[in-house]
Design a protein around this ligand. Structure first.
Ligand SMILES: [Fe+2]
Length: 276
């Protein structure tokens, strides 16, 4: 039986990496019962990218969503649009809707499939937004921002993936059930925005041990240089290619560590636009 709280070092492979399979299969990673204490109305500090065109970056950094459709963006496993949040930290309000979201399903997500526009060739993200957000009891200004994101960000994701037969929009609360293991998604792609706490972490290929990524479950084995781990900010728009993105390579990423306050988990509110 593997002790999930142990600190793993995988110097030999594959025989001495026996604990990793358990890590890959379960979500019981080593995590503190009481993590960092945050003031619920303190804007968190995150380490964003150092420069717009950093050598070896896995992200194409844009100044508008339309830039993501430029030919030079196609070679990158991730597309990024930095954005400073225009909304306050709604941690308290987000934690308060935890019960409503949990009632929707196992993973605490409101979810809807986007339909084709009637009589047109595009996708009706506005209808999807109305369907989804009518079920979310969150502050009105935050709902308006999320609706704009679903419509504009969602439409851009659809333009990036014109071959896709469907898109799924999810508004999700991510607490202790989030998955902090480094991975590439197993589908075509995902657009993601985080509205509080901390954004998605990602890694450039040069610091990833891809054998460990595929065969081992231990984060300490996968990342060769932790000082080079990157993280997008709260509010940023991010598109991550998955393993099945046509002709592309996926972005290696993870959810940030779960945060606690006075022993209670703090939830992240996350919008996802999935390309199956
Ligand atoms: Fe993922």
């Amino acid at each position: 039986m593997v002790d999930a709280t142990a600190s793993w070092t995988c110097h030999l492979r594959p025989h001495h990496c026996h604990g990793c399979a358990q890590y890959a299969k379960h979500t019981s990673y080593a995590k503190p019962r009481y993590g960092p204490t945050l003031n619920a109305h303190t804007v968190p500090t995150v380490h964003a990218n150092a420069s717009p065109w950093e050598a070896g970056s896995s992200l194409f950094r844009a100044s508008s969503l339309s830039d993501w459709l430029r030919p030079e963006a196609a070679a990158f496993p991730g597309l990024h649009l930095p954005r400073r949040p225009s909304w306050p930290n709604y941690q308290v309000e987000i934690d308060q809707v935890q019960g409503d979201f949990r009632a929707e399903g196992d993973f605490g997500a409101l979810e809807t499939t986007v339909s084709k526009v009637e009589g047109g060739s595009g996708w009706d993200f506005e209808q999807a937004a109305d369907d989804l957000l009518g079920r979310a009891k969150l502050p009105q200004d935050l709902l308006s921002i999320i609706k704009d994101d679903i419509c504009q960000f969602g439409s851009t994701v659809a333009s990036l993936c014109p071959w896709s037969k469907s898109f799924i929009v999810k508004l999700e609360l991510m607490g202790e059930d989030s998955c902090p293991r480094w991975h590439m998604d197993s589908y075509c792609g995902r657009g993601i925005v985080t509205y509080n706490l901390a954004g998605t972490e990602y890694a450039t290929d040069d610091i990833v041990d891809f054998w460990e990524l595929e065969h081992c479950g231990n984060n300490d084995c996968i990342i060769k240089d932790k000082s080079k781990i990157r993280q997008v900010n709260v509010g940023d728009l991010l598109f991550m290619k998955g393993k099945n993105f046509p002709g592309g390579r996926g972005l290696v990423h993870r959810s940030p560590d779960v945060q606690y306050q006075n022993g209670a988990v703090l939830n992240r509110l996350v919008l996802k636009v999935d390309v199956p």
